[in-house]
Write a protein that binds this ligand. Structure first.
Ligand code: ATP
Length: 359
């Protein structure tokens, strides 16, 4: 190759560099922009990733740098990394998207108490920490605990008048906008939701909230596969669903209706998160006890052909973080569970990019 130091050559050497997730050329994906070369031989350009939570950011930057250095005369390569989250298909014939919201993701579980809300809240905060714009709908009618977990226990959703319509102003903390069933019901009061009433609230949470611009809107689904779940999956075009399970329940996943419901609704299941995978004692943080056996999540995910996005340990500080309104990814980012949750958030973001861009 006869290369001279110009923009064309920069594009030429970058063309074989692929996004490892999307397996397509960065140049073809229009991820390389604003190439500038100064008289000293410094090459500057912008690399536009498909998510600020890109797990392979460093590798891509390294690959680009190596490629550009092949051109004779290059002194230094300076890459400014930014991100533009791709927009999922915004409307289907029977489903209406939410203006300004790029990707809607369901976090679901077959059973209650497996840690679905813990995962939803920490994934939301972890995505926000990378710079993404994130909203969370706590649609768990039986245990709306996202407000507590986000330190928004005493928050109220404000109603604003806009263009003759009432819109809810979401609560906000740790970088995440939140609406919750918990804001609408009295604490410690048992709630009996009748179908139409529940559907009304869910529709309001989707369409009558001032969400603004969001890269990701995470829906903490009620456990199981009842009416509320159907309403939610039928109402909006969801880019995908994540299933949270525990080692004890993971083997039951394939027979559970959850997976089938999403499939039937045309919502791809992007992956499984195994929670409470192993126990880390607080006084011996280097130890790991596989109380429920090991490898169940990996085996089931292989059998089902669905990715295992991560395994979260059972750690006391994770529960304490939830109870005190400081999610573990904020209060103790060095803990094993926080690190695992950050990896899960990145894996989800990568899966979404692939689902949207690779079809
Ligand atoms: N990996 C973990 N380590 C320690 N505690 C955890 C872990 N995951 C969840 N918990 C705790 O278990 C309890 C239940 O978790 P969570 O509320 O997230 O579950 P859920 O599936 O959303 O439950 P529900 O269906 O009742 O809403 C909480 O007290 C939470 O702090």
């Amino acid at each position: 190759m006869n290369l001279t130091l110009d923009r064309q050559s920069v594009l030429e050497v970058l063309r074989p560099v692929e996004d490892p997730e999307l397996r397509k050329s960065l140049v073809e994906l229009n991820m390389i922009r604003q190439i500038e070369i100064d008289t000293q031989g410094n090459v500057n350009f912008t690399l536009v990733l498909t998510t600020p939570a890109c797990p392979l950011r460093e590798f891509i930057v390294e690959d680009c740098t190596k490629a550009v250095k092949q051109i004779p005369g290059v002194q230094a390569v300076n890459i400014e990394v930014t991100a533009e989250t791709p927009q999922a298909k915004n409307s289907l014939p029977d489903r209406q998207g939410i203006e300004g919201v790029k990707n809607i993701i369901a976090i679901s579980s077959g059973k209650g108490g497996v840690g679905k809300s813990t995962v939803a809240v920490n994934v939301a905060v972890a995505l926000a920490q990378t710079g993404a714009k994130v909203g969370l709908i706590d649609a768990d009618i039986y245990g709306p605990n996202a407000p507590t977990m986000l330190g928004l226990d005493s928050a109220k959703v404000m109603v604003q008048e806009r263009g003759g319509q009432e819109v809810l102003e979401p609560a906000f903390n740790h970088g995440v906008k939140l609406v919750s069933m918990g804001f609408l019901i009295e604490k410690d009061q048992p709630v009996v939701w009748r179908g139409p009433m529940l559907n009304g609230v869910i529709r309001q949470f989707l369409y009558q909230v001032d969400w603004g611009e969001l890269d990701y809107l995470i829906v903490d689904m009620p456990p199981g596969t009842g009416d509320a779940q159907l309403t939610l999956t039928q109402a909006v075009p969801m880019v995908g669903a994540i299933i949270v399970t525990t080692p004890q329940n993971v083997a039951l996943l394939d027979s559970r209706k959850g997976l089938k419901m999403f499939e039937q609704m045309g919502v791809p299941v992007l992956g499984i998160v195994e929670n409470m995978s192993y126990f880390i004692p607080p006084d011996l943080p280097d130890r790991q006890y596989d109380i429920f056996g090991s490898g169940g999540g990996a085996k089931t995910s292989e059998e089902l052909g669905i990715s295992l996005l991560g395994c979260i340990p059972l750690e006391m500080s994770l529960r304490e973080g939830g109870d005190s309104g400081l999610p573990i990814v904020v209060s103790n980012p060095e803990s094993a569970s926080a690190k695992a949750l950050v990896e899960v958030a990145k894996a989800i973001a990568a899966k979404i990019s692939v689902a949207v861009l690779a079809g």
